[in-house]
Ligand binder design. Structure first.
Ligand SMILES: [Zn+2]
Length: 164
């Protein structure tokens, strides 16, 4: 028999799945889990991928299936919805704080986004020491969704989670 978990319980369960690239935040904090729907025995989980072609998405899909199977849900469909497109605005504030604590500068629309697009940094705060004396080293950091910066004060490199 199907365990009849409701939508909230499934969200709760799936909140145990970390982002494969940033283990400190989960897929709900990342804002990609959109909906859970039941159609008789079929459980459909709706997610909106972050960056198209982000290899992490496949991992997340598998993690969702594994997690649901653990609680006896066997008929699962992971539906990818691209519209409305995911933006870094969907990352929760709690998650942004966790990113900072993890050493990644969280996406910040207010100060630097345009600067990054134009290939130069403006006032990106170092997540390690808080200095604004930072410089972009590369458009791409450890993954395509991040840019690599260096702090001129503490001399440490850090990732910036790019806004989209
Ligand atoms: Zn610093």
């Amino acid at each position: 028999m199907q365990t009849a978990l409701n939508k909230d319980q499934i969200f709760e369960l799936l909140s145990q799945i970390p982002d494969p690239e940033i283990p400190v935040i989960n897929i709900i904090e990342l804002g990609i889990l959109r909906d859970v729907k039941w159609d008789n025995e079929l459980c459909t989980v709706v997610i909106t991928p972050t960056y198209s072609g982000c290899p992490a998405m496949k991992v997340i899909e598998d993690d969702i299936k594994i997690k649901l199977k653990e609680v006896g849900i066997d008929t699962i469909k992971v539906e990818l919805v691209y519209s409305p497109a995911w933006t870094t605005d969907w990352i929760s504030d709690t998650a942004k704080e966790k990113l900072r604590a993890y050493g990644i500068a969280p996406p910040d629309h207010s100060t630097i986004d345009k600067g990054v697009l134009m290939g130069k940094a403006r006032e990106l705060k170092c997540p390690l020491c808080g200095s604004k004396n930072t410089v972009m080293i590369s458009q791409f950091g450890s993954t395509a969704c991040k840019a690599l910066y260096r702090c001129n004060d503490c001399k440490e490199p850090f990732d910036y989670f790019k806004c989209i």
